[in-house]
Design a protein around this ligand. Structure first.
Ligand SMILES: [Fe+2]
Length: 248
């Protein structure tokens, strides 16, 4: 398995507070069968420049890389970011924020309301060759109220990610997003060894149990493709239908 959304890099955001915690989290990932990880610390255009962020991120990575424990884990890691939505995504060179060596970029949206210009900004990124991955889509009530909004974005070429936590607890909308193939990626979004700990194994097991093995295998395959910078196959995206007041 591959984890493509996590806050394991030390001392950079609200994730791992120390290098020791990072190592513990990576050990736990490996214990669960995760072989590759994309580090995605929070990035916000309002707080610092992309250049400054990349420098801090590199320093954080080096703290980890110079430990014996990290080398012993022999995990394949890449740099990335969880970029808070801004129309600046259209205006600046966002290549350094993508998953290293790929055109995939993880984007977090506001939870209170759908941001103005979302479709326009995403379309602009796609036209430049980027592939936006919308982070933890189960957190956005505006998609849950009207999944066709998400359907439109995915139809245009966006991807979407769900967190393993709500998948494990089988939150109904999360399972629907996967079943509709509107969510193609599952990741942990782990922040520590406490409440938001690495949990991909449980998430995958829940998908397999609730939706069948073809879905868990599909999610694993998607992650492998994204990690290696290839396109993923989305055979037929299922258009959600409202039947007797419920999205099905
Ligand atoms: Fe996150």
């Amino acid at each position: 398995m591959i984890d493509m959304h996590c806050h394991i890099l030390p001392e950079i955001d609200d994730g791992a507070k120390t290098v020791e915690v990072s190592i513990e989290m990576l050990r736990e990932e490996k214990r669960q069968g995760v072989k590759s990880v994309v580090f995605t610390p929070h990035y916000n255009f309002e707080r610092r420049s992309i250049e400054a962020f990349c420098q801090i991120r590199e320093e954080s990575l080096q703290k980890l890389k110079k430990t014996r424990e990290f080398l012993d884990l022999m995990m394949s890691v890449r740099l990335g970011a969880e970029v808070y939505y801004s129309i600046k995504l259209m205006e600046q060179d966002v290549r350094p924020l993508c998953f290293e060596g790929t055109k995939y970029i993880l984007i977090e949206l506001p939870t209170n309301e759908k941001p103005y210009g979302l479709m326009h900004t995403m379309t602009s990124l796609i036209n430049q060759g980027y592939i936006p991955i919308l982070a933890h889509i189960e957190r956005y009530p505006y998609f849950e109220e009207d999944p066709l909004e998400l359907y439109e974005l995915v139809s245009r070429g966006c991807l979407a990610q769900v967190n393993a936590g709500p998948v494990t607890s089988k939150v109904p909308i999360v399972m629907k997003y996967i079943k509709w193939e509107l969510a193609q990626v599952i990741s942990t979004d782990c922040h520590s060894m406490g409440r938001r700990r690495p949990n991909l194994k449980d998430g995958m097991a829940a998908v397999k149990q609730k939706l069948g093995e073809q879905y868990s295998l599909w999610l694993e395959k998607n992650s492998r493709s994204i990690f290696s910078g290839k396109y993923i196959d989305i055979p037929v995206i299922k258009r959600p239908k409202k039947i007797f007041g419920t999205w099905r």
